[in-house]
Design a binder for this molecule. Sequence first.
Ligand SMILES: Nc1ncnc2c1ncn2[C@@H]1O[C@H](COP(=O)(O)OP(=O)(O)OP(=O)(O)O)[C@@H](O)[C@H]1O
Length: 619
Amino acid sequence: MQLSQPQQDAVDHTGSPALVVAGAGSGKTRTLTAKFSHLIATGHAPERILAITFTNKAAQEMKTRLMEMTGLHQIRFEWVRTYHSACLMILKQHCRIMGYTPPLQVFTVYQQDKLIKELCVKNNIDKKYARRILSSISRAKNDGDPAKYFDRKPGFFNIRMADILAQFEERLAEMNCVDFDNILLKTRDLLRDNEDVRNFYRNLFSYILVDEYQDTNNLQEELTSLLLGEHRNLFCVGDDWQAVYGFRGSNVNHFLRFAQKYEDAKIFRLEENYRSADEIVQAANDLIDHNPDKMEKRCFSQKKGGVLEIYEFMSDAHEAEWAAKRIFNLHKQGQGVPFNRMAVVYRTKFCSLPFEKIFRKFRIPYRLMGAQGFFERMEVLDINSYLSASYFPNDDLSFERIINTPKRGIGPAMIKKIAGLRAQGGSLQGAARIMVRDRLVTKKVHENMSEVLDILDTIHDMAPAMAMETVIDRTGYIDFLKTKTKTDGEFVSKKENIEQLIHTARTKDTMLEYLEEAALIREDKDEDDQDENGVGLLTIHSAKGLEFDVVFIVGCEEGLFPHWRSIDEGDAALSEERRLMYVAMTRAERFLYLSHVNYRKGDFATPSRFIDQVRECLA
Ligand SMILES: Nc1ncnc2c1ncn2[C@@H]1O[C@H](COP(=O)(O)OP(=O)(O)OP(=O)(O)O)[C@@H](O)[C@H]1O
C-alpha cells in the first residue's frame, strides 16, 4: 500500500503515545491499517493488538483489509472491534464478578424502548418523554458517573432522573441484562476495581489503536487508560474538525489535550486531502476557521477544478426540483456521473421528503440511507424475540412480545394475570410455565400457551437459522404477515427481510453469538431495500466517512442548519454545527452545491450563517 511521507512517519513511530491529527480525506483508514500491519511485521501478534473502530462496519472493513494485506485468517484479528464489542468480550468473561450469571444478555434497542415506556406508565410520565429519558440515561452513563451527572442535572419537568435510573437498573439486573451503555460502564467498573483482571488485559494488549478518536466520550477514554499497559503503546487517529457527536456525550477535549495527558506524545499531521478538489478543501478550511479551540492544520489538495456553488429557492419543492434536474444532467450529459456517486445531504431527516417525491416523479433511482435499522423492523423483532425468549428465560420483554404473536388469545389482561403470578424476582415466562403446569387458565389459552412454551423449549439448543425456520413454520408466521401487511409489495418486502435474516443467521453457529451480534448492531443502519445504484439521500451524520463525486447540501437555513436547539445552547453547540457543515462539504470530490429556501414549512426562512461564511471565502 502506497503511503505518503507523513503517513509513513506516523506508521513507523514507536516508543511513545502518538496522535495523528488528520484532515478530511487524508487517508486515516489507510494509515491505521498500515500501522496495524507494520506492527505485525515488527513482531506484534495480531491477536494482541486492540484496534478500536467507531462502527461495526468499520471494524469489518478493517479486518477484510488486514486479511488481504497479511494473508492471515480473520480469527487472528479478533480484537479489531468497537468499544462496545471489545468491552462485551471482556465483561462476558468475568460477568460473575459483576453479579451476573452467564449467559449475559444485551438489551436491544427494542427492549430498551419497551422498558422505558413501562417505567413511564408506572411513574405517571407521558410516554412521549420516553426517548428523552433514555438519552438522558445514556448521557449520564457515558459521562462515567451517572449519580454525579444527575446531581448536576436532576431531570426535567417533574421527572426525577435518579429515581428512573434506579428503577431501570433494577429491572436490568433482575433480567440478568446489560443495556448498550452498561456494557462500557460495567466493564469500566470491572477493570477499575479488579487489579487482576485489569493486569490481565494490560498484559494481553501489546498495542492499542483508536480510530475516530475525536468522538471518544469520557467513559471510553477511561477504558482506554485502564487497558493501556506500562508500555503505553497507544496510537490514536482522528480529526477534531469533524467531531460531531458532542450532543450524545463525545468529548473532543480528550483529543485536544492528548499532548498534555501524555507528555512524551508525538503528534503527526496528515494535511493532504486525496478526495476533494482544492477549491472545496480551501472553502471548508475557511469555514472551520470561524471555530475557536481547534488543532491547527492547513489542509490542501493537489486536485484542481472543483465546483462550489450556492443557490437560493422559493420553497423546498423548488429546491428539490432543481437538484433533481441537476442530477439528471450530470448523469446524462457531459459528466456522465453515476447516480450512486451523488448524494443529497441534510441536517435533519424530514428534509428528505421533497427529494423522495421528485426523484420518484423523475424516475431517478435513490437510496434513503440511514433509514430504519434492519433489526428494528417488526418482522425481524418478532423472530428475534422468539430466539431471545428461548435463550434468555428472564427476558420478560421478548416473552411479552411473542406470547401473543401471532394472535392466540393472550391479550393484555391475560399478560397482566401472568405478571401477577410472577414470584419475587421470577420471570414472566416462569409464571406462564406455572400457569400451564397448574392448569390455571381456560383450555384454549392453556393449549396456546403450552404451544409457545414448547416452541421455546424446542429451539433452545438449535443453531439460530434453524431456530428461526422452526418458529416461522410452527407459528404460521408467513400467513400472519399476510394479515399484517396492507399491500402485496409490503408483504413481499417483509418476507424478503425474513429470508435475509435467516441468511444472516447462518453465519453464526450458536444462538448466543447471533443474539449478541443483533444487539450490538445499532449504528450501522441498513440501507433500505432501495436501488443501491441510486443517489444517496442521507443526514450529514450518516454521511460521515463517505465520499461522493457530487454533493448537495440542502436546507442551509438558520434554525434548520444550524439547528435551532444548537443556536439556543450557544457557542459550543454552534461550533459542532459548523463542524457538521465541514463534514458535509468535505464529502464532495468535484461538485459541491449549497442551497437554501425562502419559505420552509410555511414560514419565512433566512439563509444559514454558514452560507454567508462560505460566501465570504468565495468572494
Ligand atoms: N497516500 C495516498 N495516496 C493516494 N490516495 C490516498 C492516500 N491515502 C488515502 N488515499 C485516498 O484518499 C481517499 C480518502 O481516504 P480515507 O477515506 O481513508 O480518508 P479519511 O481520512 O478517513 O477521510 P474522512 O475523515 O474525511 O472520512 C480514499 O479514496 C483513499 O484511497
